[in-house]
Design a binder for this molecule. Structure first.
Ligand code: PMP
Length: 451
């Protein structure tokens, strides 16, 4: 029996949850949340003695795993010294976190505006871009996720936007590159890249370049399917932005802080944005934290003119102390290097081997600890295993796949017709192999739903 794992307590936790917790993204009466008793490293367990290997990193944020002793101790120490202090003051944990982050972000992203999470970071990046340019419009990609707050959900390009999309004026969507399900009928990656850039250029021309404040893109779109862009795409977007005076915002909320085997995914492509949003891995989510890394050029706009925005808990000392400890631990334990090396030598090869054996795997994509299996009903047509945004009976094949993973002790990340392999960045090779064995068995269940 794992620590704190008493089934009676579990039942009480569950009963109070069902009575009083209103869960995100869910039909309240149709969900059955697992009561979690504890977690450590890459594992968590329930009150009935079931233990799971977490291939989700929570919501892709526990990049250093659960209960890292150094980070837990730093939060305890900060709580004892100065548990909170308002944002207008210089506080050691905050200034130290900002320095460590700025030293790792690419180029001249030297100033850090702190938020409590990713969506708020996106809201503020858009606001900075509009104030800096004096222009109203923001362009973002379909097949993207940027957060659940008012503007962030409007610029998001996935079906979760539909229900709350107010059709905010000034938001324009375009298609990014995705060779496996090309919106451009491209024959290969190079053609996909060229056509996606031409499409973006044409969209800007018809919107009026002088009206576009910002283009916001996930460096590697995550929630929408871990779609590594073709080489040259982001450099091409950078060039288009420069030519039209448009602010380039790269959203690294999911891809940042080691997830892709680099501190930031932008490093893979040699591109420096004007603004970069981050959250999640910055402190592995031990205390909510996010932010915007601001280039010197945009920071200069607000040197003599106030930036009209802020948050009560901006740069909260507990969250910042956790960020300092997380970044230090990642350096000491070579966590980013681990994600890069095991991604290339273990995860990529293992997933490609699974794809060879299982007809339900249409494509394997990713890098570092950031991978997706695109599951299909038919490999020839690439028809997804379940339709977009399926629920109930229509989603049964993915539900059966997820249930099989859990029976095998693996907690999977599932989204529409995909499963993402996004474990903690400090996972070991042995833990990965344990996960792949469970995945192998579960894919046999998915195979039953192929043509
Ligand atoms: N941007 C990206 C790329 C994300 O993946 C997410 C969360 N999944 C967000 C923004 C929103 O972050 P949060 O949920 O912390 O508001």
């Amino acid at each position: 029996m794992t620590p704190h794992a008493d089934p009676q307590t579990g039942a009480a936790v569950k009963a109070a949850d069902r009575a009083h917790v209103f869960h995100s993204w869910s039909a309240q009466g149709l969900i059955d949340p697992l009561a979690v008793a504890g977690a450590e490293g890459a594992y968590f367990w329930d009150y009935d003695g079931n233990r799971y290997l977490d291939f989700t990193s929570g919501l892709v944020y526990t990049n250093i795993g659960y209960q890292h002793p150094k980070v837990v101790a730093a939060i305890q120490e900060q709580a004892g010294r100065l548990a909170t202090f308002a944002p207008a003051f210089a506080v050691q944990a905050r200034s130290e976190a900002a320095r460590l982050i700025a030293e790792r972000t690419p180029g001249d992203l030297d100033r850090i505006f702190f938020t409590n999470g990713g969506a708020e970071a996106v809201e503020h990046a858009i606001r900075m871009a509009r104030l800096h340019t004096g222009r109203p419009k923001v362009m973002s990609a379909y097949r993207s996720y940027h957060g659940g707050t008012a503007t962030a959900i409007n610029i998001t390009g996935d079906p979760r936007r539909w229900a709350s999309d107010s059709g905010t004026a000034g938001v324009v969507h375009f298609w990014g590159p995705f060779p496996y399900r090309s919106a451009f009928y491209a024959a290969d990656e190079d053609q996909e890249c060229a056509r996606a850039l031409a499409h973006l250029e044409e969209t800007i021309a018809f919107e009026g370049p002088g009206t576009v404040a910002a283009i916001i893109l996930e460096t590697i779109p995550g929630t929408a399917g871990i779609m590594v862009p073709p080489p040259g795409y982001l450099a091409g977007v950078r060039e288009i932005c420069d030519r039209h005076g448009i602010v380039l915002v790269l959203d690294e909320v999911m891809a940042g802080f080691g997830r892709t085997g680099r501190w930031f995914a932008a490093e893979h492509f040699g591109v420096v944005p004007d603004l970069m949003t981050f959250a999640k891995g910055v402190n592995s989510g031990y205390v909510p934290l996010g932010g915007v890394a601001v280039s010197d050029r945009i920071a200069a706009t607000f040197e003599r003119r106030p930036y009209p925005g802020g948050l009560t808990y901006s740069g909260h000392p507990l969250a910042c102390a956790a960020a300092v400890a997380t970044i230090e631990a990642m350096e000491e334990e070579k966590v980013v290097e681990n994600a890069a090396a095991l991604g290339e030598t273990v995860v990529g090869p293992a997933l490609r081997a699974l794809a060879e054996r299982h007809p339900s795997v249409g494509e394997v994509r990713g890098t570092g600890m950031f991978w997706a299996l695109d599951l299909v009903r038919d490999r020839a047509t690439r028809e997804p295993l379940v339709p977009y945004n399926a629920s109930g009976e229509a989603n049964a094949p993915m539900a059966a796949f997820a249930a099989a993973c859990k029976r095998g002790g693996l907690w999977p990340f599932v989204n529409m017709n995909r499963t993402h392999v996004v474990p903690p960045c400090n996972i070991t090779e042995a833990e990965l192999k344990e996960g792949f064995a469970a995945l192998d068995a579960a894919l046999s269940v998915a195979d039953e739903h192929t043509v």
